[in-house]
Design a protein around this ligand. Sequence first.
Ligand code: FCB
Length: 454
Amino acid sequence: MQPGQFPDDFVWGAATAAYQIEGAVDEDGRAPSIWDTFSHTPGKTWNGDTGDVACDHYHRWPEDVQIMRDLGLEAYRFSIAWPRVIPGGWGQPNPRGLDFYDSLVDALLAANITPFVTLYHWDLPQALQDRGGWANRDTVEAFLEYAEAVVQRLGDRVTHWITHNEPQVVAFVGHALGLHAPGLTDQRTALQVAHHLLLSHGRAVPLLRSARAGMQVGITLNLSPVVPASQQPEDQRAAALYDALINRWFLDPVFGRGYPQELLAQLGDLAPQMADNDLDMIAASLDFLGVNYYFPSYVRAVPPQQAPLGVATLTPEELAARGFELTAMGWPIVPDGLRDLLVHVHREYAPRAIYITENGAAFDDQVVDGAVQDQRRIAYLREHLLAASAAIQEGVPLRGYFVWSLMDNFEWAYGYSKRFGIVYVDYATQQRIPKASAEWYRRVIAENRVPLED
Ligand code: FCB
């Protein structure tokens, strides 16, 4: 294979998540999720933005599937809104909520697009949060009932399942930093939440797999290579600790190694409560690992009263001063971090298969004469795909790539201020405008390689 080429059976996709695109938050029996509550709380999101309407995908999905078809997409990763399926958190599934996904799946299959379904992309029913949310072990059981309801309805046609999206972000950004729903700021809670998320993952794996022969079940982790800000031993120690917290705290138990001992020791009584068999269940064998890659983390040691564990990441200003190019999120653009990460995960944990379930960038896109010339996004995608193809050359069993995102959407606490789509969304009119990157990605898919010229 030449650089930038991909194996014949490589899967080209795009990703979204329910709360970020659907809107229709009170239709057909849907009840509020923690993101409805959070986004409606003053001061929590940019400009007070909410997912009430978002991309109105709940009504416009036929047009969106047509866009996917025009792109030649081979797979589409989307998430199911739990509060549509079991609005009160417990009890009978709501058939009207499931009808929506049923129709979507049929339309995707008719367009030859393989659905990859994420069960939990952050929109916990508020009713469950009212009983403690993911900090309450009962939520694991509620998740299994929800997973059962979804697989009963869609499992005859959906083969690829992702239990959770980025449990690290759910646990830490939602429960320690308070920047995501439910907006808590308690480290002990965050670690307990992480444990329950992982446990619910591990328990859902056999449930999903037993629904039908041939199911492919995985989890999506956001992984970030951790680089010390200097060669000083303190910074190197800080980097190792940060890596244990953001990457290994999730990878290690999922791949049967339990929680990183050195971090457990540091955490002392902040460590989560667990039952005897939890770690065995979390280590359920996977068909694939989903990797979301955006950027490496550059870290240095700081006094412990300044940041938890005495670790801080370099700010966008510091990164810019070091010469990094940044996206509109302030994230450094480091394509080689993707290759390093994939090779490392392959050598260290040997997952059966890997999919890049998210990768992409936000830039300040402008519509000019009805078109969006997002050359920087094209460059970003090109460099990352070259890195992915290099990883395959090095033996990584990378089976597919999903660009984040199919279309601009509600970027959580950043509201509609950050555009990640390869399709532009004019929120005032709901008009979709494929950006230059969409046309470029169409060529990637058609040629199964990074085009030689743009
Ligand atoms: C990831 C999320 C996804 C999107 C991208 C930019 O952390 O999984 O929903 O917000 O970041």
